[in-house]
Design a protein. Structure first.
Length: 187
């Protein structure tokens, strides 16, 4: 039997990559390539909806990840973790929990910032922080000293690159689809 924590973490990382990569694609590729961002409102609306959907999945799967991890750490049934507040010690007394809280705030902030296309720099910053923070709860975050600092920076750069590349691919496909459907359209 497959551990549900594996599935939930995979879903969470995929949704986070999609949300942050789409924001990166809009801000770093699409908008600089257009003469006037107002030329693509339908495309921008679709990409914004894609980002919101991915953020919703990331938030829900992040909550499931927290519950499953708390149940595993505490050796308690999932029902107890959900109904009796057994997740609180994991949430507030561990590095994972603190990073989880910061990422939840960033995901909600990014969703709100998507309402304001003019705030692209803040969107990019929130997306970058959202995608890079998991490095603090991985092996890199547990490595002490200067070697740990380099390991942490390396993991953060790796997460940012994966988010920009893999997460931006669906947005790129939407642009290619629009270009195919509307010959002569250019971003």
């Amino acid at each position: 039997m497959v551990d549900p924590l594996i599935f939930v973490r995979g879903l969470h990382f995929a949704a986070t990559l999609l949300a942050c990569g789409t924001v990166g694609f809009i801000g770093l590729v699409l908008e600089p390539a257009t003469k006037a961002p107002a030329d693509f409102p339908r495309l921008r609306d679709r990409l914004t909806a894609l980002t919101w959907l991915a953020l919703a999945v990331a938030i829900l799967s992040g909550a499931a990840w927290l519950v499953l991890l708390a149940a595993e750490i505490l050796g308690a049934p999932i029902v107890d973790v959900c109904l009796h507040g057994d997740a609180w010690p994991v949430l507030f007394d561990t590095r994972f929990g603190l990073v989880w809280c910061a990422r939840l705030v960033l995901a909600v902030l990014l969703g709100l910032l998507m309402l304001r296309p003019a705030m692209r720099t803040l969107q990019l910053g929130a997306a970058a922080a959202l995608i890079a923070l998991p490095a603090f709860v991985g092996h890199a975050g547990a490595t002490p000293g200067i070697a740990g600092d380099f390991h942490l920076l390396s993991d953060m750069a790796h997460l940012l690159a994966a988010g920009a590349w893999l997460g931006g691919l669906p947005a790129f496909v939407l642009v290619l689809t629009r270009a195919r459907v509307e010959p002569g359209w250019e971003p």
